[in-house]
Design a protein. Structure first.
Length: 133
């Protein structure tokens, strides 16, 4: 939509990943934001441990990137806690607690180890390279 807005430059925005022209290229995908986004679309399910609706979206996203955009994906998942990331972990936990106080389900969604493991299993099923870092 940006090119249609006043001042929008079509050279500065891609309407789809397909327009990035990365067919056949090795593409490293950090899964964290995408997984959170898909989980946040289904917060009540996600918070009850039913990750299936989010995993359906994750699967569609991967298939789109692999088959339509023809990217050679390497998906990177967050693994063990890193002491250097503790300030960010604390900040996120405060946001979750504040969301709980407001009864904001979407704000309480996190990428749990179980959810990440299931998302990695989807990659394995789709024969997409992945690693846990």
């Amino acid at each position: 939509l940006l090119p249609h807005l006043v001042g929008g430059d079509p050279k500065l925005i891609h309407h789809s990943f397909e327009q990035l022209n990365l067919a056949g290229e090795d593409v490293v995908l950090d899964a964290a934001s995408a997984l959170w986004q898909f989980g946040s679309h289904h917060p009540s399910d996600h918070l009850r441990g039913n990750h299936n609706p989010a995993l359906v979206e994750w699967t569609r996203f991967l298939v789109y990137l692999r088959d339509i955009c023809r990217m050679k994906l390497k998906v990177v998942f967050d693994g063990a806690r890193n002491a250097d990331k503790q300030p960010e972990i604390d900040r996120r936990q405060q946001k979750v607690e504040a969301a709980a106080a407001r009864n904001d389900l979407r704000g309480q969604v996190t990428n749990t180890p179980d959810y990440i493991a299931k998302a990695a299993h989807v990659c394995e099923f789709l024969n997409i390279n992945y690693c846990v870092a």
